[in-house]
Design a protein around this ligand. Structure first.
Ligand code: ZN
Length: 97
């Protein structure tokens, strides 16, 4: 009987860790597997040591003609300007990982 209670608590702990990992937007199923195999303590260490992938946005300047992205702001695309076209760069935001 005690064993059933122990297993129940154990599994609930595993799912709590997995749920916390899910909330933190990290690999929750891996947290669950670690918790089951290495005990929820191991799962918790995994949870603590992992940070969610921060997707941040960065400004890029895109040329509409050649499709090239520039990190520096310029009035016209230097490549197209070289070819005799004055193409204003369009400010866009790109996802960085
Ligand atoms: Zn261009």
């Amino acid at each position: 009987m005690d064993l059933i209670i122990f297993i129940s608590v154990y599994l609930i702990s595993c799912f709590v860790i997995a749920f916390m990992a899910y909330k933190k937007k990290i690999n929750w199923w891996l947290a669950l597997i670690i918790s089951v195999i290495v005990t929820p303590v191991g799962g918790f260490i995994y949870y603590q040591s992992n940070n969610p992938i921060k997707a941040y946005k960065e400004v890029r300047y895109k040329c509409q003609r050649c499709g090239f992205y520039f990190t520096e702001k310029a009035t016209f695309c230097p490549f197209c300007e070289h070819d005799g076209h004055k193409i204003p760069l369009k400010k866009i935001y790109v996802d960085m990982t």
